[in-house]
Design a binder for this molecule. Structure first.
Ligand SMILES: Nc1ncnc2c1ncn2[C@@H]1O[C@H](COP(=O)(O)OP(=O)(O)OP(=O)(O)O)[C@@H](O)[C@H]1O
Ligand SMILES: [Mg+2]
Length: 235
């Protein structure tokens, strides 16, 4: 079953037509990657799904409900949670407080239980629970951004460039964590410039070019596609 389905989604910034009618879906239990160059519309797609950006055409369905006109918070409650581009943690708050902000719509005992799961996935964050987030390393801040999103108990986790600017070893760790998050039952829609690593952990993928989906298929097929190799895998 499609957990999320986009039907001819259009999104504009004034006269700039950022999404020109895109259709795609994410099935329960999948990791799906959206690849595309800078400015292709990846972040806009994420923001349109979460309701941070208004929809200017088309429809979005989540669990077969038309959520196109739902406000952002209602989408979070329904289980759509975004870990935004550029690891936007609250720098002056502790790691623990950042995590609790991710669980602001949940009950206290739910948060206590989720926190245990999150600390098991991110032991380094437990060690640094009382450290202010602004003093974490870049990789640790990215992990905090992902962990904070998990505190919202998402059914669908949207990850916008989780590996951006990180050293290769940390990138590997982040991709491992994404797989573990999926294995624990969260469906993932991933946006990545690091197309090869993303495709390797994905079930399916879509290629976005200036607001249009130009290619889609199994991650394996896209890894083998000459077009994708030349444009996105540097081969
Ligand atoms: N707030 C905004 N106002 C006007 N134009 C915007 C705004 N946000 C994005 N755009 C434009 O919309 C298009 C898509 O941008 P978007 O941020 O979705 O791309 P992206 O694929 O996420 O790129 P990147 O890989 O650089 O993050 C770009 O042409 C961009 O300039
Ligand atoms: Mg972006």
């Amino acid at each position: 079953m499609a957990l999320l389905r986009l039907e001819n989604v259009v999104s504009n910034y004034g006269s700039i037509n950022a999404l020109k009618g895109i259709s795609c879906e994410v099935n329960q239990g999948e990791i799906v990657t959206l690849i595309g160059a800078n400015g292709a519309g990846k972040t806009t797609t994420m923001h349109t799904i979460t309701g941070l950006k208004e929809l200017n055409g088309g429809k979005i369905f989540f669990e077969d409900q038309d959520i196109s006109r739902w406000e952002s918070q209602k989408r979070v409650k329904a289980g759509i949670v975004l870990s935004p581009e550029g690891r936007q943690v609250f720098p002056d708050f502790t790691v623990y407080d950042n995590l609790m902000m991710g669980g602001y719509l949940q009950k206290a005992d739910t948060n206590a239980a989720t926190l245990k799961t999150v600390y098991a996935l991110f032991p380094r964050l437990e060690e640094r629970a009382s450290q202010v987030a602004g003093t974490l390393s870049g990789g640790e801040q990215q992990m905090l951004a992902v962990a904070r999103a998990l505190m919202g108990k998402p059914k669908l986790m949207l990850l916008d460039e989780p590996s951006m600017g990180l050293a290769p070893l940390i990138v590997k760790e982040i991709f491992n964590l994404i797989q573990r998050i999926r294995d624990l039952g969260t469906t993932v829609l991933l946006v990545e410039q690091n197309a090869r690593a993303a495709l390797k952990i994905s079930d399916r993928a879509y290629v976005l070019e200036t607001g249009k989906i130009v290619l889609s298929g199994s991650a394996q097929d896209l890894l083998n596609s000459e077009e994708v190799q030349q444009a996105y895998l540097g081969m």
